[in-house]
Design a binder for this molecule. Structure first.
Ligand code: NAD
Ligand code: WQD
Length: 341
């Protein structure tokens, strides 16, 4: 298939482009480079030894989208493009609703105009809000999202659900849990702007000496060691879930929804211990107050994806912490180390 990967120079999109090319698909990427670098295109080519097409474009620019669809015969869109920083979405909700919702509506309009009826969407476990229990499966109701970012995901899921029903599209919603890690080559990985919000990039920046210590947000949760539990999934496993989801598109299966996680949760302290053991680097930390909006424990029941997509995560937490560190080492330290939060 010829796949349009929106946001394809980003963290998950670039890893997915690699796996799509490795699986024999053709890849067209567009990205406005608001949170990624153009060098990623050459790194994807270097990893795979294959070519791909890149457009520097913004999904808010409708003529630019039409030009891409005019020039490129697209079989399926995998839609990663969007803003994803939870804290920023709280401070600037309009930016998130405008970029993510209006941008997606522009993309849908371009698809409709050009007869493209297949989409895989980057959704998030955050659409479940505060689940009634864990593990979370796809029968759980969507909940009250705890930030505008989460609401954009939930709203886009609803838009795509209604579009699919009205126009007989094939839509796969993939609800990611906590992607971490990097391609084993170390050429691509997660490069957050500024002070990292997420756990793993903060740990690797402590390890490389860019941050003094990790703040552990609360150790008084109702979990075995008191720290938050999450379902971390290697980004390469997540990328391969998209390759598997294309089979569902090929089966013209209408609307499908899948949790993409490993089904196993790790606490913050367990992640720290695994990082220290695998990489031989101590991670100094101090206990801080809980972060607003955090939940104690959040992990997937991913059996449906394993059953219906023939998808199986291959990597464990030791691979994730190893590959995260390998990528950080390849990056080195950034020139200006921000003040620690
Ligand atoms: P990322 O920021 O690395 O990638 C997103 C890409 O989209 C970036 O390259 C950015 O430049 C591009 N982009 C943003 N707005 C755009 C616009 N208007 N036009 C064109 N390009 C635009 O983020 P990621 O971690 O790779 O996430 C990819 C998708 O997966 C996002 O939609 C995110 O919400 C979703 N997701 C991420 C996580 C996670 O923990 N990383 C979890 C669940 C869901
Ligand atoms: C993981 C655990 C923190 C940083 C977020 C988004 C979610 C999705 C995935 C986009 C928690 C603890 C973290 C730190 C810490 N993104 N932590 N110190 O919050 O589960 O999910 O990323 O869709 O929408 O909310 O991931 O990595 O921020 O936190 O103690 O400096 O690590 O409390 O228990 P989270 P995270």
């Amino acid at each position: 298939m010829r796949i349009l990967v929106t946001g394809g120079t980003g963290y998950i999109g670039s890893h997915t482009a690699v796996e799509l090319l490795n699986a024999g698909h053709e890849v067209v990427i567009f990205d406005n480079l608001s949170n990624s670098d153009i060098e990623v295109v050459d790194k994807i080519k270097k990893i795979t030894g294959k070519s791909l097409v890149f457009y520097y474009a913004d999904m808010l620019d409708k003529p630019a989208l039409d030009k891409i669809f005019d020039q490129e015969p697209i079989d399926c869109v995998i839609h990663f493009a969007g803003l994803k920083a939870v804290g920023e979405s709280v401070k600037n909700p309009y930016l998130y609703y405008h970029n993510n919702i209006v941008g997606t509506l522009n993309l849908i309009e371009a698809m409709q105009t050009h007869g493209v009826t297949n989409m895989i969407f980057s959704s998030s476990a955050t659409v479940y809000g505060t689940p009634k229990s864990v593990p979370i499966d796809e029968t759980f109701e969507k909940g009250q999202c705890v930030n505008p970012y989460g609401w954009t995901k939930s709203m886009i899921e609803q838009i795509l659900t209604d579009i699919q029903r009205a126009n007989a599209w094939n839509v796969v919603l993939l609800r990611y849990f906590n992607p971490i890690g990097a391609h084993p080559s170390g050429l691509i990985g997660e490069k957050p702007n500024g002070v990292p919000n997420n756990l793993m990039p903060y740990i690797t920046q402590v390890a490389i000496g860019e941050r003094k210590e990790l703040g552990v947000f609360g150790n008084d949760y109702d979990t075995p060691d008191g720290t938050g539990i999450r379902d971390y999934i290697h980004v390469v496993d997540l990328a391969n879930a998209h390759v598997c989801a294309l089979k569902k598109i090929g089966d013209r299966s209408g609307l499908s929804v899948y949790n993409i996680g490993t089904g196993k949760g790790y606490s913050v302290l367990e992640v720290i211990r695994n990082f220290e053991k695998v990489n031989g680097i101590p991670i100094p930390y101090s206990i801080r107050p809980r972060r607003e909006g955090d939940l104690a424990s959040y992990y997937a029941n991913a059996d449906k994806a394993k059953r219906e997509l023939g998808w199986q995560p291959k990597y464990g937490i030791e691979d994730m912490v190893r590959d995260s560190w390998n990528f950080q080492q390849m990056q080195g330290r950034s020139v200006s180390s921000e003040q620690d939060s």
